[in-house]
Ligand binder design. Structure first.
Ligand code: MV4
Length: 445
C-alpha cells in the first residue's frame, strides 16, 4: 500500500481524501494556492505545500508545480480529486513517468472513454444502447441532412470535444440544421481548439441517470447502482439521489449492467461513472463516461456502504476489489443537496463573501461533507460549492422529509446560498412523486 499520497485538489474533496487516507494509515501532502493559505483543512494533512497564486492556471492546474510538491513531499501516489487535472491524460502520464502512481485510470483508458466518439463505438461493440447518432464525425452539410432525414427532426449537434452541455445545439428543421452545423463547428474550434461535430436524435425531456462503477487492475468490474441527477440548472446539479425514482428494477439493472460491460471493454480501472439519458418509456441511451470520482459520490456510499475514495486508493495500489457484484446491496434511499454560495433569487449569481455564522444539521442518517466554517471566506476564484448535505433513510419519502428538516436546520449567515431553491424543489409535489426530468428546475422557476 502507498505510504504517502499528494492530493492535487482543494476544498471539500481534498478534505474527503485526507480523511480516507488517515483511516487507512496513509500519510498526506496537501497543496494549496495563496487563496487557500491558512484553510483549516490543510492542518489535517501531514504536510501542506504552496503551489502558487490564486488563479488555478498558476496553481491547481500547474503540472510542474504539483510534481515538484510531490518530490518535496516524498509521496508515492497522487489523487487528483474531481475537476482541475482529474481527467487530464497528459497529467496522468507525467505522474507515472515521474514514478508517482496516478489514482485514476491509465492515460490510454482515460483518452478512450473521454473521447465521446471512441466511447460510443466501444458502447456499440458491447451492445450498450446509444442515442441514434451519425456514425462518426459530420464533415459536410449533405451528410447532416441525410442523417436528419433518416432519424427525423429534431436533431442535436454536439461538439466532439465539448462536455457538460457545452457545444450543443438543437435543429428542428432543415434550414436550422444548415446554419447550425457551420456555427457549431466554428464555436467548437474557438472554444475547444477542435471543430469536430456529430449529430444525434434529440431526446425531449430526458432524465439523467448515471451508473457508478468501480474496477480494479485485474479485470474485475462491479457496479454500485445508479444515481438520478436530473435536477440540474444550466448543467449545474443541485439535487442528486439514489435509487432513481420511478424506474423499474429491470431498467435499473439493465442500465447498470450495460455500464459494467462498457467499462470492461475499455480496460478501465478506478471509480468511474457512465451517464445515460432515460426517456419517458424508460429506454436508456449511453451519452458519456466520467473517468474520475464525482462530486455526488457520497449518494452511492450511503446506499451501498462502500467507501469510494478508499476503493480508488486500493485499486490504484494494485489490490483486487474487496467485493464482488453479488456482495453489493442497495439499501434505502439517499439524497444530496449541493450547498452553493449563490443567490437563487438573482439568477444563481455566485455570491462571494464571508460566512459569519454556520450551524450544521445532524441526526439520524445525516452527513455534511464540507471544508467551510464560520469565518470562511468564499472567494471569486473557485467554484461556489461550500458543502454537500446528504441524508440516508429507509424510503425516499423519509429521505425527502429528512432533507427538508436538515435544510431548515442549516444556518449559514453572511452569504446567500442555494438552500431556498432546494427547499422549493424538495417541497414540490412533482418532485415528491418522482416526476422529474432535466427540464424540471427551468419549469419551476
Ligand atoms: C442530449 C439531450 C437530448 N438528446 N442528447 C447535456 C450534457 C451532456 N452530458 C448531454 N446533454 C444532453 N444530451 C440528446 N441526443 C439532452 C441533454 C441535456 C441534459 C443531459 C443531462 C443532464 C441535463 C441535461 C440538460 C439539458 C440537456
Amino acid at each position: 500500500m502507498f505510504k504517502r499520497i499528494l492530493i492535487a485538489n482543494r476544498g471539500e474533496i481534498a478534505l474527503r481524501i485526507i480523511r480516507a487516507c488517515k483511516e487507512m494509515g496513509i500519510g498526506t501532502v496537501a497543496v494549496y494556492s495563496e487563496a487557500d493559505r491558512g484553510a483549516p483543512y490543510l492542518d489535517l494533512a501531514d504536510e501542506a505545500i504552496c503551489i502558487g497564486p490564486a488563479r488555478s492556471s498558476e496553481s491547481y492546474l500547474k503540472i510542474d508545480r504539483i510534481i515538484s510538491a510531490a518530490e518535496i513531499g516524498d509521496v508515492d501516489a497522487i489523487h487528483p480529486g474531481y475537476g482541475f487535472l482529474a481527467e487530464n491524460a497528459h497529467f496522468a502520464d507525467v505522474c507515472r513517468s515521474c514514478r508517482y502512481e496516478f489514482i485514476g485510470p491509465t492515460s490510454d483508458a482515460m483518452a478512450l472513454v473521454g473521447d465521446k466518439n471512441s466511447a460510443r463505438s466501444i458502447a456499440k461493440q458491447v451492445g450498450v444502447p446509444c442515442v441514434p447518432g451519425s456514425d462518426g464525425l459530420i464533415s459536410t452539410e449533405s451528410e447532416a441532412l441525410d442523417f436528419a432525414r433518416k432519424v427525423g427532426f429534431p436533431v442535436l449537434i454536439k461538439a466532439s470535444a465539448g462536455g457538460g452541455g457545452r457545444g450543443m445545439r438543437v435543429a428542428r428543421d432543415e434550414a436550422q440544421l444548415r446554419t447550425a452545423i457551420t456555427q457549431a463547428s466554428q464555436e467548437a474550434s474557438a472554444a475547444f481548439g477542435n471543430g469536430d461535430i456529430y449529430l444525434e436524435k434529440f431526446i425531449d425531456g430526458p432524465r439523467h441517470v448515471e451508473a457508478q462503477i468501480v474496477a480494479d487492475k485485474h479485470g474485475n468490474v462491479v457496479h454500485l447502482w445508479e444515481r438520478d441527477c436530473s435536477m440540474q440548472r444550466r448543467h449545474q446539479k443541485l439535487v442528486e439521489e439514489s435509487p432513481a425514482p420511478n424506474l423499474k428494477l429491470a431498467t435499473r439493472k439493465a442500465l447498470c449492467e450495460a455500464a459494467t460491460r462498457l467499462v470492461k471493454a475499455a480496460d478501465y480501472f478506478n471509480a468511474g461513472t457512465v451517464e445515460f439519458l432515460v426517456d419517458k418509456d424508460e429506454n436508456f441511451y449511453f451519452i458519456e463516461m466520467n473517468a474520475r470520482i464525482q462530486v455526488e459520490h457520497p449518494v452511492t456510499e450511503l446506499v451501498t456502504g462502500i467507501d469510494l475514495i478508499k476503493t480508488q486508493i486500493l485499486v490504484a495500489a494494485g489490490e483486487p476489489l474487496p467485493f464482488e457484484q453479488q456482495d453489493i446491496v442497495h439499501r434505502g434511499a439517499s439524497i444530496e443537496c449541493r450547498i452553493n454560495a449563490e443567490d437563487p433569487e438573482h439568477h444563481f449569481r455566485p455570491c462571494p463573501g464571508t460566512i459569519t455564522q454556520m450551524i450544521v444539521p445532524g441526526g439520524f442518517g445525516v452527513r455534511f461533507d464540507s471544508h467551510a466554517h464560520a469565518g470562511y471566506t468564499v472567494g471569486p476564484t473557485y467554484d461556489s460549492m461550500i458543502g454537500k448535505l446528504l441524508v440516508h433513510q429507509p424510503t425516499r419519502r423519509e429521505a425527502i422529509d429528512s432533507m427538508i428538516r436538515c435544510l431548515n436546520e442549516m444556518r449559514i449567515e453572511g452569504i446567500k446560498t442555494s438552500i431556498p431553491i432546494q427547499l422549493r424543489i424538495l417541497e414540490s409535489p412533482d418532485f415528491q412523486e418522482g416526476r422529474i426530468d432535466t427540464g424540471f428546475i427551468e419549469r419551476m422557476l
